[in-house]
Ligand binder design. Structure first.
Ligand code: ARG
Length: 590
């Protein structure tokens, strides 16, 4: 109801101006959704703050605003007579025929009432971003799922979204890894398919151990990094092969999860690192401290009470993670001819990196690298825990591999499905079982993650995420299936609905719930919390189920039939679209 809310807000503002021109600068309608359905659709609290300046009782002020509203035909067309409640709230109820007209307008509108932004500037969503030669872990899975959903919402709103995979492909790990592989498995550095990621991770562990224990190895590794970073062709080739192998493994996970990403790793910014230093120098921010180049932060002190530094060049001359992120910020905000032309850059990582981003953002701001109106936002999330509240581990205590985790979700969902089919005495072929189990299993993993407030740690539980009841993917998917079932039972969901007419309270509840979709999308776009969309879809499914259980649809009289079918259709479209924005595919039968 964004459009209605905007119109109403403007009408209220004008009415207030007519009633109280003497306090024009103070007028604010304070329009909000009604706190309870019995109060109508909206409430305007703008009378209360005027009591003091006008030296009048707020109820009296509210009365004058209402009187001014009532002379505006656009208002009386839109709302029933306003009610003044409590100390001076104005309760507003949209006319039923206007609500019905909104529903009609959304039928067959692929945007479901969500306005499309007109903005050429890009939005960067930096997400997933695993590290080459290391296993992608559950933290990266959270980033992947949350980042993809935010990107989908922003795309749906009409933004030009750059989905960037900022893979760790340039650090000291390559010095160690290449040095080690040259000695123990040189063939891996020449052939594209000589190792898979599993071996690579094992090699990485061995290399790390040698690096920590063996000084000579350390020196060679450091030299190797310098060679690589200065473009030595042999090192570069080895590096390229290692990246390819990791990339192939990462891609398998992305394909399975239906996630699109453009890889632009840390190495991409290598040519821009030197100018980060000179830029900071010019801005007068750079300080040499103990041989390292740093910027001292304002308002962020260490334990000793002294300001903490962001180090941009280590004493050995190497650049680091922060330097790369600073170069990336400049590139992303640069005009499209020299960079990405972004106006908003969003980073999806675990909350453990909050200080890193706060530091880097502050440095970029003080260096004047953020254009007017440009937004840098860290979207942090909590840890994934096992059901015991500890770090998620396999039974044998190893870190959980993503591939295994997704496999298990699908296997369990298949077992659940076979049990259910058996109970219901249903026969289905294997391709149906495979399709449903695959869709539900992955949907469950995604939805369980997205439906949590991302800031809190989240306990991973296959049983909970696969349950048919509660705020779960299977529950929502089932609502969609139920509506598809109406069509199978002869209800023509695509029929021209004509003038919609509703009489039952359950119908009106469903109408009002359906019309909230656009506001929820706008909220997620702003606050970057996908769980708000999940809660909405869950609520919508519940309201729909109540409607469908209590109000006859297929057995309704013909005038009600078409209106009720229209509600079913819009519910299905809204659920499908909403789940789609969470990266979740729906089913016709399950
Ligand atoms: N590679 C990092 C990690 O695995 C995440 C990178 C996030 N993006 C960024 N621009 N720093 O923790």
């Amino acid at each position: 109801m964004l459009r209605i809310a905007n119109a109403l807000e403007a009408q209220l503002r004008e009415a207030m101006q007519r009633a109280f021109p003497e306090v024009d600068a103070l007028l604010d309608p304070q329009l909000a959704p009604a706190s309870k359905p019995e109060f109508g659709d909206f409430q305007a609290n703008g009378a209360l703050p005027l009591a003091k300046p006008l030296k009048q009782a707020p109820r009296q002020i509210a009365g004058a605003i209402v009187e001014a509203l009532q002379v505006d035909p656009a208002f009386t067309d839109l709302c029933l007579e306003p009610q003044i409640a409590g100390p001076g709230f104005i309760n507003l109820t949209i006319r039923p025929e206007r609500l019905a007209a909104e529903v009609s307008a959304r039928l067959g509108d692929p945007r479901l009432g969500v306005p499309e932004v007109q903005n050429d500037a890009a939005v960067v969503v930096d997400f997933s971003s695993p590290n080459i030669a290391k296993e992608m872990h559950v933290g990266h899975l959270r980033s992947t799922i949350i980042g993809d959903s935010l990107a989908r919402v922003l795309e749906f709103r009409g933004h030009r979204v750059l989905r960037l995979n900022h893979v760790g492909d340039w650090g000291t790990q390559f010095g160690m890894l290449i040095t080690h592989l040259k000695q123990v498995a040189p063939e891996t550095l020449n052939r594209a398919d000589a190792v898979d990621l599993g071996d690579l991770v094992a090699f990485y562990r061995e290399a790390k151990k040698r690096f920590d224990d063996d000084e000579a190895f350390q020196t060679t590794s450091r030299e190797e990094v310098v060679k690589l970073q200065s473009g030595d062709p042999v090192s570069l080739k080895a590096w390229g092969l290692l990246c390819d192998q990791s990339r192939r493994e990462f891609q398998k996970i992305y394909d399975r999860l239906d996630i699109r990403l453009s890889e632009r790793g840390e190495s991409f910014y290598n040519p821009y690192l030197a100018s980060v230093l000179s830029g900071l120098q010019e801005a007068g921010l750079l300080v040499t401290d103990d041989g390292a180049e740093c910027v001292f932060l304002e308002g962020v002190n260490g334990k000793d009470g002294k300001p903490l530094p962001v180090i941009v060049r280590k004493s050995d001359g190497g650049f680091n993670y922060a330097t790369t992120d600073l170069a990336a910020i400049r590139y992303r905000f640069a005009l499209a001819s020299d960079g990405d032309g972004a106006h908003r850059v969003i980073y999806v990582t675990d909350a453990g990196q909050a200080n890193h981003f706060a530091g880097v953002f502050q440095v970029a701001k003080r260096a004047n690298w953020i254009p007017e109106g440009g937004r840098l936002e860290h979207v942090p999330f909590g840890l994934v825990q096992g059901e015991d509240g500890k770090k998620l581990k396999t039974r044998s205590g190893d870190t959980v591999r993503l591939r295994d985790l997704l496999d298990e979700a699908v296997e369990r969902s298949e077992a659940d499905l076979r049990r259910r089919l058996e109970e219901e005495g249903r026969e289905e072929d294997e391709s149906f079982i495979e399709h449903v189990a695959g869709t539900v299993g992955l949907a469950a993993v995604k939805y369980a993650d997205l439906s949590q407030n991302r800031i809190t740690n989240y306990q991973f539980s296959f049983d909970r995420m696969l349950a048919l009841q509660g705020n779960t993917a299977p529950y929502l998917l089932y609502a969609v299936v139920r509506i598809a079932g109406i069509a199978r039972k002869g209800g023509d969901l695509e029929a021209e609905a004509g003038m919609l007419q509703f009489s039952e309270p359950q119908e009106w509840s469903l109408v009002r719930e359906l019309l909230k979709f656009d506001a929820v999308i706008a909220e997620v776009e702003e606050e970057l919390l996908p769980n708000r969309l999940c809660s909405y879809l869950f609520e919508l499914s519940q309201v729909f189920n109540r409607f469908y259980d209590q109000v006859p649809v297929l057995k309704a009289e013909s005038t009600s039939l078409s209106s009720r079918l229209a509600l079913c259709r819009l519910t299905a479209d809204t659920l499908k679209s909403g789940l789609g924005l969470l990266g979740i595919a729906t089913l016709e039968r399950m």
